[in-house]
Design a protein. Structure first.
Length: 95
């Protein structure tokens, strides 16, 4: 896996995975994720995501753990990005 992604590229990939958890990526979720990158970069990351199985997505996220999630601040940053995706379609409720 290419470990040369910027945080924005990595988080877009991870957010696509999070958005797909309910079997589809809603337009609101995709619009939020697209804002992170220019169109070319977004299409490149989305193409990688679409080629990955669930296991490959998880492994990719884990591969970036040392680069972007070494400390609590890094983990919280990604969790906040996930929360934005979950709230984008206005159907997310915290348990």
């Amino acid at each position: 896996m290419n470990l040369d992604w910027t945080y924005e590229e990595f988080s877009a990939f991870a957010m696509l995975y999070a958005a797909s958890i309910d079997a589809e990526i809603d337009p609101e979720e995709e619009a939020l994720i697209q804002q992170r990158l220019d169109e070319r970069s977004y299409q490149r990351i989305k193409a990688v995501f679409e080629e990955c199985s669930d296991a490959e997505c998880i492994n990719t996220i884990l591969d970036y753990q040392k680069k972007f999630m070494q400390d609590e601040a890094g983990r919280n940053k990604l969790l906040n990005d996930f929360k934005k995706v979950f709230e984008a379609d206005h159907r997310y409720t915290a348990i």
